[in-house]
Design a protein around this ligand. Structure first.
Ligand code: MV4
Length: 508
């Protein structure tokens, strides 16, 4: 292990991203006394990340391919403004090994892992191969790309149906095919291959036993450039819809200290297998008996990183920056402790009553919730337009409590306080999930939304709220009546009205 501590102080960071994550990164940079540079597209001229940054440069028209994905333009901005490091956020160029290499070759620090680590983990088969010398639990399957259909069918027979065909270059469920029996194997495989070729330009596919009701549990890791790696426990991300996460939490309601230790150790070994440095996430699926299997590693800061920050007290962006400066990790595994429970709901500009159709428009009312244990990471303000060009996630609502019950109570309260008018959002949908018996008990898996959600459940929800409002009106009228008829009180009767506004009717 290299114990030298040659650091190179970063003075100015360009954030190659937009929205809430650009702001999130700049806040930590500012606390560290580091100057910030925003880039923006023509659609984001008035965005908060542009206002917040010390300097800002327009890099092109609204489509991300013409702005936020323009590698050479972004690197040129760094030279022009004497930027010494780039933080890529998530999405966009964050897991692009070519970009990480270009940045490094231009003499700029890439705040993230090495291009080699990004590349290895970008291929599921290369990742499986890299971790094979460690004792990492993996789903039974084929360790290499299928070249011979007959041999693959044989292997499927050994594993037992149903099996899953996956694209090596895949992500977000693309190129995945469930095969129920031998008869449909070849057809499904051909479909998976052609989907993989058109989506990723790489037709390599492999098979795995299909875990029908998995929990998605991931482990946050941090590694420095001196070979030190720690894990910061798990996040439970099973509440998702079409591979888009909806609610995340840390820690998981069902993971035991023993399983946590085993998963943490496996995650550290996965990171070690690719000489990982920076912040990363090792993804596992767990079956109903909590047998867990390594799926893949995400080589970026993730959307849901705040729940880990809440339960550990670690600022992950600051750690990323310190690691990029060449510092030795100051955190030791034994210093880390779970200090409470945290939940995150993703607020999407989508209409849950209309098949989650993305909604755009002006935020005519936008009031964030406040109070104990509430954190909002967003990039919008009242009066701003939600543009069509980018991800429909407008905010992340995060709560922290001494335990899971308190974190849920605070989330329900915060969702009630949140006032968004002008666009449809997923807040009401999240409120439904958080109150569902299956969520409360912790007995849920990745099928939760398919199993329990129909648009009608939100109508029932709304009716409850309206009924509640009616009850409050009756109570208010009664108070008025009593005050007005209180003979021994000479003061005029107080106006007792319900303090609840009508905003709820404008959202789901
Ligand atoms: C699986 C699986 C069941 N069995 N692999 C989906 C995206 C990719 N990250 C891996 N995924 C899955 N892999 C085996 N062998 C089920 C899924 C899966 C899933 C995983 C995590 C979170 C949500 C999911 C939703 C559907 C399917």
């Amino acid at each position: 292990m290299d114990n030298s501590n040659h650091t190179h102080k970063i003075n100015k960071i360009l954030v190659a991203n937009r929205g809430e994550i650009a702001l999130r990164v700049m806040r930590s940079a500012r606390e560290m006394g580091i100057k910030t540079v925003a880039i923006f597209s023509e659609a984001d001229r008035n965005a908060l990340h542009v206002k917040y940054a010390d300097e800002a440069v327009c890099v092109g028209p609204p489509p991300s391919s013409e702005s936020y994905l323009q590698m050479d333009k972004i690197i040129q901005v760094c030279h022009d403004l004497k930027v010494d490091a780039i933080h890529p956020g998530y999405g966009f160029l964050s897991e692009n090994a070519v970009f990480a290499k270009k940045v490094t070759d231009a003499g700029i620090i890439f705040i993230g892992p090495s291009p080699e680590a990004i590349e290895v983990m970008g291929s599921k088969l290369a990742a499986k191969d890299a971790v094979s010398k460690y004792d990492i639990p993996m789903v039974p399957g084929t360790p290499k790309a299928i070249t011979d259909v007959g041999a693959a069918k044989q292997r499927a027979e050994e594993i037992g149906y149903p099996i899953l065909i996956k694209a090596s270059a895949g992500g977000g469920g693309k190129g995945m095919r469930i095969v129920e029996n031998a008869a449909e194997f070849e057809e499904q495989m051909n479909r998976a291959v052609s989907e993989a070729v058109s989506a990723f330009g790489d037709g390599a596919v492999f098979i795995e036993k299909y875990i029908t009701s998995p929990k998605h549990i991931e482990i946050q890791v941090l590694g420095d450039t001196h070979g030190n790696i720690v894990h910061l426990f798990e996040r439970e991300c099973s509440i998702q819809r079409r591979h888009q996460k909806v609610i995340e939490e840390a820690p998981s309601a069902v993971v035991t200290p023993e399983i946590r230790r085993a998963m943490g150790e496996a995650a550290v070994n996965v990171a070690r297998a690719c000489n990982y440095y920076g912040a990363g996430t090792v993804e596992f699926i767990a079956d109903e008996n909590l047998n867990f299997y390594f799926l893949e590693m995400n080589t970026r800061l993730q959307v849901e990183h705040p729940v880990t920050e809440q339960i550990t007290g670690v600022d992950l962006v600051k750690e990323q920056i310190k690691i990029a400066q060449g510092e030795v990790l100051s955190i030791k595994q034994d210093d880390l402790q779970i200090q409470g429970h945290s939940l995150e709901v993703r607020v999407y500009a989508e209409d849950p009553k209309n098949n989650f159709l993305p909604d755009i428009g002006k935020l005519t009312t936008y009031q964030r919730p406040q109070g104990a244990g509430v954190r909002v990471d967003d990039g919008f303000e009242q009066g701003m337009d939600v543009p069509i060009y980018y991800d429909p996630m407008i905010a992340k609502l995060v709560t922290f409590g001494k335990d899971r019950t308190q974190a849920i109570e605070r989330m329900l309260r915060a969702i009630e306080e949140y006032q968004i008018v002008g666009i449809e959002t997923t807040l009401g949908f999240c409120s439904y999930v958080l109150q569902h018996e299956s969520f409360v008990s912790g007995k849920f898996d990745t099928n939760f939304v398919n199993k329990y959600f129909k648009p009608e459940v939100l109508d029932a929800h709304d009716l409850n709220e309206e009924a509640q409002q009616d009850e409050e009106k009756v109570a208010a009228a009664l108070v008025n009546f009593l005050l007005e008829h209180k003979k021994d009180n000479n003061k005029p009767a107080q106006q007792a009205t319900t303090t609840k506004s009508n905003w709820r009717k404008n959202r789901v």
